[in-house]
Design a protein around this ligand. Structure first.
Ligand code: ACO
Length: 274
């Protein structure tokens, strides 16, 4: 198995074909410094290309997900340096939204402990999110006298009901992992002791699927949200043909043969054509 890279602010750990990308500033509750943003950009570039990784989990070290942007290093240290502000803003955006939401592999946010402010963006950018029941979420920007910028306000409206988005952005009130699951901000919540197992259970399911089919499916579901019906129909038609062309396993043909001719598998029961 190929060695994993090392970074100052990010840890990489493998569990089978699932790779954990871990924000690693536990003494600062994984608040995101400019250097952490650079490390996360590099880590996500690496994991996206790593042949042994089929599923990516994003989480935080020390029992917490992320306390948001590092107020001291992200904001104050760059106050009088517009160039540094721009570079850090771009890096921060690049991994939290662009790279994560376009990751060619399925991504799971594993949320425990605190998740504040700018920490919402990567949770939303991941394809799936599982939280500990007692995780604490907070859009605390309003308490700092700022608005949920850096795309946070846009991200939350992608996933939260409009009333919930306005409520939590304007009040800064916290909500638990259990509440996050009830409002479908995360797929589900579990007791913290079961969190890693719940994440791995989902990851193992995804690991067993044809990786290209999973990739094309997630791209399709994401992309059609911004299209009208006619555009979606054309786009999905083209996407189906593209998958047929690029899939070296010819998964669709194989499945059809196994189901119709050989009667050797039942896809409706969650099996997968091999
Ligand atoms: N930026 C910079 N440093 C931070 C941040 C942050 N967002 N969050 C925590 N830290 C630092 C603390 O200053 C402290 O550093 P120190 O040990 O050098 O004093 C260390 O992390 C531990 O924090 P504590 O407050 O001592 O830990 P505690 O567990 O009691 O509380 C909590 C954690 C609730 C996360 C608290 O630190 C907090 O409220 N942080 C701010 C969270 C927030 O509102 N984030 C959104 C920022 S706005 C945005 O992201 C755009």
């Amino acid at each position: 198995m190929a060695e994993v890279p090392t970074y100052e602010n990010v840890k990489i750990e493998r569990d089978g074909a699932t790779t954990f990308v871990i924000l690693n500033r536990p003494e600062k509750r994984n608040a995101m410094s400019p250097a952490l943003h650079v490390d996360m950009c590099n880590a996500l570039d690496w994991v996206s290309e790593d042949d042994e990784t089929k599923v990516v989990v994003v989480t935080g070290a020390g029992g917490h997900f992320c306390a948001g942007q590092d107020l001291k290093l992200f904001f104050r240290a760059n106050e009088n340096d517009p160039k540094a502000q721009r570079k850090t803003g771009d890096d921060s955006q690049a991994w939290r939204w662009n790279k994560l939401s376009r990751c060619p592999k399925p991504t799971i946010a594993m949320v425990h402990g605190y998740c504040f402010g700018g920490g919402f963006t990567p949770v939303i950018a991941c394809d799936f999110a599982i939280a500990a029941d007692d995780a604490t979420f907070g859009l605390s920007e309003v308490n700092w006298g700022i608005i949920p910028g850096g795309l946070v306000a846009w991200c939350v409206t992608q996933i939260m009901n409009y009333r919930d988005a306005l409520y939590y952005c304007c009040t800064g009130e916290r909500f638990s992992g259990k509440e996050a699951a009830a409002m479908k901000f995360v797929n589900k919540s579990v007791p913290v002791a079961e969190l890693k197992n719940a994440v791995l259970e989902l990851a193992r399911n995804l690991e067993r699927k044809n990786p290209l089919t999973v990739r094309y499916t997630k791209e399709a579901v994401r992309s059609v949200r911004g299209m009208d019906q006619a555009q979606a129909y054309d786009y999905l038609d083209a996407k189906i043909l593209a998958l047929k062309q690029v899939d070296p396993d010819k998964g669709g043909d194989k499945a059809m043969k196994q189901f119709l001719d050989e009667k050797s598998f039942k896809p409706g029961l969650g099996e997968y054509a091999r």
